[in-house]
Ligand binder design. Structure first.
Ligand code: SF4
Ligand code: SF4
Length: 419
């Protein structure tokens, strides 16, 4: 492990913006109560402000008189290997980068992006948890963390087309829209692919899939590696450029949406004239403009609630679209969880956490907050627009033996299409 590399990375990352953020903290502790991992365990090490402590120590020890004095007097210690390993556990296993903490900080400190910076330093030091790193390496080598190689992609798409009798246009130059699925959908929720194909067909969208840009998930982004994040996003952008599309639609994956929609522009040359949007935005637009019509009250299986995904609803702002849809599908039985919309609590499995086996106990602990919310809403079904959240919900429903159905919003829409 290269601890000095981590420290150097923290120093390089600490420009005036980061320094001003670190200096602004008053240690009020308000961010702690916003974090689902802290709420679930009460462990002070899971307080968001503590998660950026390593970055702060590197900054203070290099740039501030107080930090240098503390070091000289032995009040503070230099950063050692064990610190990097310890923070690796805290920030990869007990942070989903959900960014709720940033919303509550009275000093306006962007804790989520700062924690992401800590991930970058730890990634450069080679101290990323082994399970997450294995998934990153698989994606770099095979194109997908879940083994969706060229052959697997072709086989799965052929099978989906046959099984659900849908058309899946592939590598169509001249299409308007490139649709990129996540490997979670390809391998675990293939019915989502069929549902989205059905909706796009009904709306008359001129769309295509791409073998080259076949995976939207970005494990380099979870890892915090700018280099690998760019390479993975580049595969999608290159495919979009080659096909000449005007729009990239990210399907049910929140982090991929964050990466392609916002992060990319700060990291690399993104192709001009190509809009990046999310499937839930497209569904909302289709319903609003009448391009698809849904059967009123099509959902009639008890109370239903909606789980807001951190990157799609809080970050992406697509809060109203799912509600507009659910008010059509379940006009009398849609119930909100509390808190909801941008204040919603993360499912606990995002940010790569679900890929790390050692994080299972804390991931389940965080989900107990969600169980409480579902119960209070009296919901029998939870709908959502992120397949990573859905994976966490499906796993936790099984783990806790809950009598709750988990539903993808696109599938609900596809099932309710008016002929
Ligand atoms: S809420 Fe903001 S100011 Fe308060 S401890 Fe957390 S980061 Fe610091
Ligand atoms: S980003 Fe989310 S998970 Fe991470 S510390 Fe903040 S509230 Fe907790």
């Amino acid at each position: 492990m290269q601890t000095q590399t981590a420290i150097n990375t923290f120093i390089e990352e600490t420009g005036s913006w980061v320094a001003s953020q670190l200096e602004a903290c008053t240690r009020c502790g308000m961010c702690a109560e916003a974090c689902h991992f802290y709420q679930a365990t009460g462990d002070p090490e899971f307080a968001p402000v503590w998660k950026i402590e390593l970055l702060k120590r590197a900054y203070e020890q290099r740039f501030t008189l107080t930090g240098k004095l503390k070091l000289a007097l032995g009040v503070d210690k230099p950063i050692h290997d064990e610190d990097v390993l310890h923070w690796s556990k805290i920030i990869y296993e007990a942070c989903t980068l959900c960014n709720k903490c940033s919303m509550v900080c009275p000093m306006g400190i962007s804790l989520g992006p700062l924690i992401h910076d800590v991930r970058t330093g730890i990634s450069k030091a080679g101290a990323v948890p082994a399970d997450l790193m294995a998934a990153v390496n698989k994606q770099m080598e095979e194109g997908s963390p879940l083994g969706v190689t060229d052959d697997v992609y072709n086989d799965r798409m052929e099978w989906v087309a046959d099984e659900w009798e849908v058309e899946l246009p592939m590598d169509q130059r001249g299409a308007d829209t490139l649709v990129v699925f996540s490997s979670i959908e390809i391998m675990k929720f293939p019915e989502n692919i069929a549902a989205i194909a059905k909706i796009l067909h009904k709306a008359g969208e001129k769309w295509t899939l791409s073998r080259k840009g076949r995976e939207v998930v970005n494990f380099g982004f979870y890892e915090g590696s700018p280099e690998r994040t760019k390479i993975i996003m580049g595969r999608v952008f290159d495919a979009a450029k080659e096909l000449g599309v005007k729009k990239i639609v990210v399907t049910e994956c929140g982090h991929a949406y964050d990466a392609l929609r916002w992060t990319a522009a700060n990291m690399m040359d993104v192709p001009a004239g190509i809009e990046v949007t999310h499937i839930v935005a497209l569904l909302g637009e289709y319903v609003k403009t009448g391009r698809i019509k849904l059967k009123q009250g099509a959902y009639n299986d008890g109370a239903i609630t909606f789980h807001d995904a951190c990157k799609i609803q809080r970050r992406g702002g697509h809060i109203q679209e799912p509600r507009d849809i659910l008010h059509i599908l379940a006009p009398d039985s849609f119930k909100e969880m509390t808190p909801n919309r941008e204040e919603s609590i993360c499912c606990g499995g995002g940010g790569g956490v679900i890929a790390i086996k050692e994080a299972d106990p804390i991931r389940y602990a965080a989900f107990e907050l969600k169980i409480d919310q579902i119960k209070k809403a009296g919901a029998k079904t939870v709908a959502m627009s992120c397949s990573n959240c859905r994976l966490q919900f499906v796993d936790c429903v099984q783990h806790f033996n809950l009598d709750v159905k988990v539903a993808g919003l696109s599938q609900m829409v596809a099932d309710a299409l008016e002929e």
